[in-house]
Design a protein around this ligand. Structure first.
Ligand code: 6YU
Length: 498
């Protein structure tokens, strides 16, 4: 067993931190993290809006229960509210769709009767469940989740809602458009027409009602970083190229070239850069380049944009118990989740707002959600333009021309050069094999070269919890364990056989 192995982790997001933490706890003392930016956390990013804490990236612990490593660590560090710890909360199985109290508003400035919309919601959730049952077996009735939903709603609505008046029926179809936009945010995709029906079911949920970090998600990051030896992380150190198979010798076969011209040699490198970054930079990031099957999986898997627009008000204009506000456009009964003219009507893609609760902690703050190319366009606008458009939107839907936000703050994940989007999803044509290929170390199995030179972690390498923080943590631990078990079962490269 060689605790002397020199291991470099690229990226100080939660997967990189989890990998380094595991290795250090196992006794490895030559573990370094190289991070491109000036901060830890990556897509975990807690900011403030006035006096309030807001999360620009990850928001919730999805499925906070015993099998969720994020929940277990947060509990151990004492970072959660008491109700998140209760057995009832952990046992609640909501299949990824928390039962939030909704308010519906329409583009003609009316608050809609929720009872009119519920049958559409019920039908939509049924279809989401059915979409996840196809399991990549081939022969699915449609290529994408979007196509499947549209076709099934048409059929089922014709049968189930045949006695409903035309206005309510049309409104329900408009609400389905809204629900497709919600799913675009959940899946981090431009359109549900890009999400593969066969692969949709690869994603698995955990039991537990989603909860947040009262002090901010970054509390988890700080706790873990504080347990690494000081100096473990080098900030503002972007990696330009990983030269693997660098030497004929068994010693330090990897050379990591940084943007500032520095080069670092290592026995192993764990790459945790986001899939969006990999898609853009794979050709310059690896020498020799990625093997073709791995490259094809990088290209096939989806990586889209989901952004938030936080809006603060002096007083609420929603019901006291309201947890989510849905905005239903009355001209969208053809079940669409993309706008025809992005520059003119990008705001139509924003599905609505989640209300930050409890009010005593967050004040009157809501979080708007917008996915896809419309979201990417929004990032290019000035803060004033975004504020103006959001204000007009709220005035139109509430019919109240005097509503004015106090502050607005939005995320810009697509234009973040180290992320290039938000998170991964199974695009059309993807299968479980692509996620397997993503996590496969280099050189690939069967090679006579020095093994485990380049390992891959990060949310997009988890077979069923991709797109989440707990998925990212598990991949960091997985790659650390891969090295630990390698050294516990073989002779170390830095200790050649005598
Ligand atoms: C979750 C949630 N959540 C909202 C939004 C976003 C995400 N997620 P990192 O990117 O963190 O780290 C990589 C580092 O590498 C980074 O620091 C870079 O700077 C660095 N780097 C890059 N290039 C480099 C180079 N060349 N050299 C050196 N360093 C370099 N997850 O659990 N709950 O509520 C949300 C949300 C707006 C953007 C989220 C959520 C996703 C997580 O944030 C994300 O997975 C992890 O933080 C990634 O960690 P990492 O280490 O891999 O990368 C049915 C079904 C549907 C399927 N999906 C359903 C799931 C729903 C997902 N929901 C998300 C929703 C929200 C709201």
């Amino acid at each position: 067993m060689s605790l002397k192995a020199k291991i470099v982790v690229i990226g100080c997001g939660i997967s990189g931190i989890a990998a380094a933490h595991r290795l250090v706890k196992a006794g490895y003392h030559q573990v370094w993290i190289l991070e491109a930016t000036a901060r830890s956390g990556g897509r975990i990013k807690t900011c403030t809006l006035g006096d309030n804490i807001v999360e620009m990236g990850a928001n919730w612990i999805h499925g906070p229960s015993e099998k969720n490593p994020v929940f277990c660590m947060a509990r151990q560090y004492g970072l959660l509210d008491p109700e998140a710890l209760t057995p009832e909360n952990q046992a609640m199985d909501v299949g990824g769709h928390p039962p939030w109290v909704p308010n519906f508003f329409s583009s003609s400035g009316r608050k809609l009767n929720a009872e009119d919309i519920y049958p559409a919601q019920e039908m939509f959730f049924e279809l989401m469940y059915e979409s996840s049952e196809f399991e990549s077996e081939g022969g699915e009735p449609w290529a994408s989740v979007g196509d499947f939903v549209r076709s099934e709603v048409q059929q089922r609505a014709a049968e189930k809602w045949k006695d409903i008046d035309a206005t309510t029926r049309s409104l329900r179809l408009c609400a389905i458009s809204n629900m497709l936009k919600v799913e675009c945010c959940v899946n981090g995709t431009h359109s549900m027409d890009q999400v593969g029906l066969g692969a949709f079911g690869l994603y698995k949920t955990l039991p537990g009602l989603d909860c947040t970090f009262p002090g901010g998600y970054e509390d988890l990051v700080q706790n873990l970083i504080s347990e690494l030896p000081s100096g473990s992380v080098t900030y503002n150190r972007p990696v330009r190229c990983v030269h693997w198979n660098n030497t004929e010798k068994r010693e330090n076969p990897v050379m990591i070239e940084c943007d500032d011209g520095e080069s670092i040699t290592a026995d192993h490198v764990i790459v945790t850069v986001p899939l969006g970054y990999l898609k853009k930079h794979h050709s310059t990031l690896f020498r020799p380049p990625l093997p073709l099957h791995k490259l094809h999986s990088v290209q096939r898997l989806g990586f889209g944009t989901n952004n938030k627009i936080f809006v603060e008000f002096d007083s609420p204009w929603w019901d006291a118990d309201c947890e989510v506000i849905y905005l239903v456009w009355e001209d969208e009964d053809v079940m669409v989740d993309q706008v025809p003219d992005v520059q003119r009507s990008w705001i139509k893609k924003l599905f609505g707002f989640t209300v930050l609760k409890p009010t005593e902690r967050y004040g009157h703050v809501m979080c708007g959600w917008i996915a896809g190319h419309e979201s990417e366009y929004m990032e290019t606008l000035s803060e004033q333009e975004v504020t103006h458009t959001v204000t007009q939107l709220i005035r139109r839907f509430t019919g109240n021309p005097t509503i004015a936000p106090r502050r607005v703050l939005r995320s810009q994940w697509f234009h973040d050069p180290w992320t290039c989007g938000s998170y991964s999803y199974p695009a059309i044509g993807c299968s479980a094999q692509d996620l397997d290929n993503m996590m496969e170390p280099l050189p690939t199995k069967g090679s006579l070269l020095q093994p485990l030179q380049v390992l891959f972690a990060g949310e997009a390498t988890h077979p069923c919890y991709y797109s989440t923080v707990h998925g990212a943590v598990l991949t960091g631990w997985r790659e650390a364990d891969r090295l630990i078990s390698h050294y516990s079962s073989s002779i170390s490269p830095s200790e050649p056989p005598k």
